[in-house]
Design a protein around this ligand. Sequence first.
Ligand SMILES: Cc1ncc2c(c1O)COC2=O
Ligand SMILES: [Zn+2]
Ligand SMILES: [Zn+2]
Ligand SMILES: [Zn+2]
Length: 272
Amino acid sequence: MKETRVYILDGGTLVIDGFHIYWNRGPAGEVRFPVYSVLIDHADGLYLFDTGFDCDHVNAVLPFEKPVQSEKQTLLGALALAGYRPQDIDYVVNSHYHFDHCGGNRHLREACTVCHALEFAQCKAPAPFEMLGYSDMSFHADLYRERLAQEGRAVPDDPESDIWTPRVELVSGDQEIAKGVHLIETPGHTAGHYSLLVELAGRRPMLFTADAAYTRKGLEQEIIPSFHLDPVKAVASMKRLKDVAVERDAEIFVGHDGEDFAGYATAPAYYS
Ligand SMILES: Cc1ncc2c(c1O)COC2=O
Ligand SMILES: [Zn+2]
Ligand SMILES: [Zn+2]
Ligand SMILES: [Zn+2]
């Protein structure tokens, strides 16, 4: 059977203050952190977990996050670096719909979009403090237009617009979406946040926390980011991730940690 390969796609970096990364703890000061996606080349198809941020969106809506993204760090550039085209992707799974995790969905026209049912519901009617996080609705044309109307922003009338409505598959609970590819419920950061566990033939399983844990220090000390819907659930999800890592002898890959990321092998390198 074809061996599963995992590629880490470097999506560039953003900046936020340390008090956002370590809620109520800091230290203060600008922290530049990585954004990445996970491509799984599996016998059942090509799965992409998260799609990074769209630089134009961040410059327009969150310029204070000072996005840095080379051509090779765009979703299309990073896919090409791994040797794939956007039309090759069969499934795009979003850990959640914050702008730095779904900004590239718009390029994946052949893919079926998979997310947690609670996440899809929440992004349509976010809490006021979640609006900035859920500011990029370009992964779904109908929701995008609704949001622009809510905000009184003009809908681009570009006939070539790459904003469209994908096939959407809503799931809940822990899911093995393909043999050895597990979505693990880690709510708290958002209503329907998923982390990802991938079992491989030649190495320990890889456990991708996504935003359930921004940094290794945050995970170890159970300090959550300031961006969250439910802080109690967010801490419980951190504890769960540590338990899963022990139970499955998994190697943990946290969501936004510059020091950790420096040790990750990014595409065209892969894990198998
Ligand atoms: C990186 C980042 N920046 C801003 C927000 C989030 C982020 O992950 C989530 O909600 C936000 O407002
Ligand atoms: Zn997030
Ligand atoms: Zn399994
Ligand atoms: Zn994030």
